[in-house]
Every structure is written in C-alpha cells, then in structure tokens.
Design a protein around this ligand. Structure first.
Ligand code: SF4
Length: 358
C-alpha cells in the first residue's frame, strides 16, 4: 500500500488517482496536515482557472412533482405530505425577470421528473427565456430523459445539464433507489448529454446511508472517467417523510475534503458550495469556497413555493426574497475572500477557446 505522502504527490502532480490511491487518501484524511494540503492546493487551482471569481446561478425550482421514488428524497412520489405545485411559464418568466435585474446570467430550471413538462413544453419555455435574455445560460436539471429529448432541448437553447449520479457503486445505488431505477441508465444519460455538447454536471451526496469509502472511491474514479464540467456535492441530510428519516446526516468535514479532492482531480470544474452545506453549518458555504468551490446557487423560486421543494429537512433560504438572497450571498462570498460576479460563468474546459482541455 502506498503512503499518504506518495498518494498526495500523485494527486498534485498528475491530477489522477486510481481506486487504491483514493482509498488510502480517504482513510487517512485525519493524518496531520492532509486536509490543509488538500484545501490549499484546491484553492490554488481554482484561482489559476477562475481568479477570485465566484459565479452565481439563479435556481428556479419549477415543479416538485416526480414520478420517481428515490428513497432519500423528500419530494419522492409516495410522499403524500407534500403540497405539490408546478410553476406556469409566466411564473418562470417572472423569476427570470427578477433574476436578470439582480445580475444573474445563468438560470437553473430544476424539477422532479414531471410528465407534464414534455419536450414541447420545455422547448417552448427554453426558447422564450432565450428570446428575452439571449446572453444568459440555461441549465436544466430534469432527471433522466431520452437522448432525443436532450437533443431537442439543446437545440431550443439549453446550455448545461445537471444530473447527479448519486453513487457510482452498483450495490450502493440499489440501497438508495427502487428497482425500476438503473445506475447504467443514469450513466448513459450523462454520456449522452456530453455527446450532445451540453456542459454536464454529475455529483453525489456525501454520507448517504450505506456509503463507504469504497463507494466514494468508485465515485472519484467515475468522475475521472466522465470528466464532467460541474460536480454537485453536498452532505446527505435526512428528510422526515422518507425511509432514511432516522439516519445520520453526512459530515461537513468529509464533504469539504471531497470538494477539494474533486477540484484537484478536475482542476477547471465548476463546483457549487451547496445549500445543503449551508444547512448543516451556518458557515458551510464559506467553508466550501475555501475548500475549492467557485459557484453559489441562490434561490429565485417564488417564496410561496420554496418550502414545498424540500428534498431534505430544515433547508435554509426558504423565506427570503431573491434580492435578500443575493445580498446575503455577496456578503458571504466577500467574507471568504472572493468576489461574486454577474457573468454566465462557463466552464474553463468548455468551448473552442477553452483555457483548459481534458
Ligand atoms: S431525487 Fe429527483 S428523481 Fe428522485 S424522487 Fe427526488 S426529485 Fe424525483
């Protein structure tokens, strides 16, 4: 077995780790100086590619209706305690209007897998947003769909797609999802999205029930294979209406270490400091920025709907107006020594003039 010093050397010099190296690293995070070295190298790399910029995304949670039943999710199909809603196109456009005025240049349309939002409906919404705000990037987060559906939405103007793989370990995937959901399909969707030219985001919860270092090592190997432009990672937080209600939340420290490791493996990655991190720790998002994150995602959804989009318990920022969210976020980002910018914030590894190519 390699020493931790030699694994860190491999990581810092080659930006690659095999599964065995990942296991050495994860099991020795508590050795003296390891976490500090990881975060210092992660911040150095994020500065190399993005300076002190932090990109902001306006999150619009436009439907909490979902046909799926992921065991960890508060808006899963079988949760009868959820007050279900769908935003109309007019409501979505109103969120965009407010967001644009506040300086947002990326809108994230996020929802459950809701059959109401067919390709025609989605393409209509996407084209309308692009017609009003041509310079804005549109990120979709709508779950698993057919290749043709992804193609049509890309043609309509979508730029990016977030689809967390949740775990790259088959046995662990089975613990988190009902039989009708397949890890192989999830992965195929991610590769299809890349092939279609989307900037693609994968990711996973840290500390989800049944997750071991081996699962996380599989995630790190998978992320090196996929080479996504974005990785969404936050701590697992239980939701009272799921079968995982009594499970422990994930660890903030392990989440921060994983963020730094992913930044070093994929130096130009877009890495959000998630709301889940801010929910478990009042300074969680600032700590995320100091671990290598370079994106924040304030909520632009109508305040009246926010409490109903609870994937986990005690989610923060459900009562603030969008203007309050951006003010609060600006202060947090500045306090961490970075600068919140009003830009599209594309991946440095994306486009013909990319600064970095995988
Ligand atoms: S995690 Fe996503 S796909 Fe699964 S139940 Fe929740 S909203 Fe639906």
């Amino acid at each position: 077995m390699k020493s931790i010093t030699s694994v860190l050397e491999t990581l810092f010099n080659s930006h690659k780790l095999n599964k065995e190296d990942c296991l050495v690293l994860l099991s020795q995070l508590d050795e003296e100086g390891v976490r500090e070295q990881l975060s210092a190298e992660a911040v150095r790399l994020r500065r190399q590619y993005y300076g002190d910029k932090v990109f902001t995304r306006g999150l619009i949670e436009f439907t909490n209706i979902c046909k799926n039943n992921c065991f960890y999710c508060g808006i899963r199909r079988d949760n009868a305690n959820v007050n279900r809603y769908r935003l109309s196109k007019q409501e979505i456009m109103q969120c965009c209007k407010e967001g644009y005025a506040l300086g947002f240049r990326t809108f994230v349309l996020q929802g459950g897998e809701d059959g109401f939002f067919t390709d025609d409906v989605m393409c209509n919404i996407i084209s309308e947003i692009k017609a009003h705000y041509p310079e804005v990037a549109i990120t979709l987060s709508l779950g698993e769909r057919e290749m043709e559906s992804y193609r049509r939405m890309k043609q309509a103007g979508a730029d990016r797609y977030l689809l967390r793989h949740e775990t790259a370990n088959e046995a662990h995937y089975r613990m988190l999802h009902p039989d009708e959901m397949k890890l192989s399909n999830r992965k195929s969707c991610l590769y299809a999205l890349k092939e279609l030219g989307y900037q693609v985001g994968a990711g996973m919860m840290i500390g989800s029930p049944g997750q071991t270092y081996e699962c996380l090592a599989d995630d790190l190997v998978f992320l090196q294979e996929l080479k996504p432009h974005m990785v969404g990672m936050g701590p697992f937080i239980p939701h009272k209406d799921t079968c995982f209600a009594k499970e422990q939340a994930g660890s903030v420290e392990l989440t921060l270490a994983m963020l730094s490791i992913v930044r070093i493996l994929l130096p130009s990655v877009l890495l959000p400091a998630t709301t889940a991190l801010g929910t478990l720790d009042p300074k969680g998002r600032e700590k995320g920025l100091l671990a290598g994150c370079n994106v924040v995602m304030p909520n632009l959804s109508p305040v009246k709907n926010r409490k109903d989009y609870a994937l986990y318990d005690n989610k923060i920022c459900t009562g603030d107006e969008s203007a309050q969210c951006i003010k609060c976020m600006t202060n947090r980002v500045e306090a961490a020594g970075f600068h919140l910018v009003s830009e599209r914030g594309d991946s440095a590894a994306y486009g013909d003039d990319a600064d970095f190519k995988y």
